[in-house]
Design a protein around this ligand. Structure first.
Ligand SMILES: Nc1ncnc2c1ncn2[C@@H]1O[C@H](COP(=O)(O)OP(=O)(O)O)[C@@H](O)[C@H]1O
Ligand SMILES: [Mg+2]
Length: 217
């Protein structure tokens, strides 16, 4: 099992944790109702980008066709995670309306990535646009899952708006870094738009506590 760009690959338990997350997503989807899956967290640096990238890798290695889209238009970083340039991407595709295949990076069999593209000043409008919703619907036809990286829910409204067109939400929590009240508030905000929170991932857990706390689903 190779998990692309996994920085903690010396720890086999981490790979195992992502594999279990991927399998749990499959179990959550036994009825086949989940196609679009977003990750968010309360604050920044809670491991959103790392988590969604690694789940995407593991899923593609389970022979699923995955498209990972960087919808963190505030601080895009999927391209950095995979060592790509962000010279073109989602926002350019939305403007140019040409063949999406010209904008997609194939990382490994079954794993395609659409970086953010140029970051617009009106990212809220882009996230809420009819055009982005139509585009995602069109792209989804060619994949088993479409994953979204997003900004922090306690800081900006984009993730709540993205939750409206996501079938499932994964929440990452930086263990002992973020206040419980802020986490509770983030969950409440997501629930107000009927977000389907299917999993919570604890990141940055001290090694001695990992067996018990690394991930919950
Ligand atoms: N499980 C983890 N354990 C320790 N460090 C982690 C873990 N997940 C992510 N990190 C590190 O934390 C930092 C922030 O991670 P990132 O995925 O970019 O967070 P976010 O997308 O929520 O801002 C990065 O330096 C990343 O390498
Ligand atoms: Mg990020």
């Amino acid at each position: 099992m190779k998990v692309h760009s996994l920085r903690y690959e010396q720890d086999i338990r981490i790979v195992e944790a992502y594999r279990k997350l991927a399998l749990n997503l499959e179990y959550a989807n036994v009825d086949g109702n989940i196609k679009t899956v977003m990750v968010t967290s309360s604050m920044k640096d809670e491991g959103k980008t790392t988590t969604i990238s690694n789940i995407a890798c593991v899923m593609s290695e389970l022979n699923k066709k995955i498209l990972l889209i960087d919808l963190d238009l505030r601080k895009p970083s999927i391209h950095k995670h995979f060592g790509l340039t962000n010279g073109y991407g989602l926002t350019d595709l939305l403007l140019n309306k040409s063949d999406y295949k010209n904008y997609i990076h194939n990382i490994q069999p079954g794993l395609d990535v659409l970086t953010s593209g140029r970051v617009p000043s009106n990212s809220t409008e882009v996230i809420n646009s009819r055009a982005i919703k139509d585009l995602i619907k069109e792209l989804a036809v060619s994949y088993d899952y479409v994953f979204f990286d997003t900004p922090p829910v306690a800081l900006v409204s984009d993730p709540v708006n993205i939750a409206v067109y996501s079938d499932a939400v994964i929440l990452t929590i930086a263990y002992s870094e973020v206040d419980k009240e802020i986490i509770k508030k983030s969950i409440d905000i997501l629930k107000q738009v009927n977000a389907n929170i299917i999993g919570t991932v604890f990141n940055k857990v001290p090694v001695n506590k990992r067996d018990k706390h690394y991930y919950y689903y």
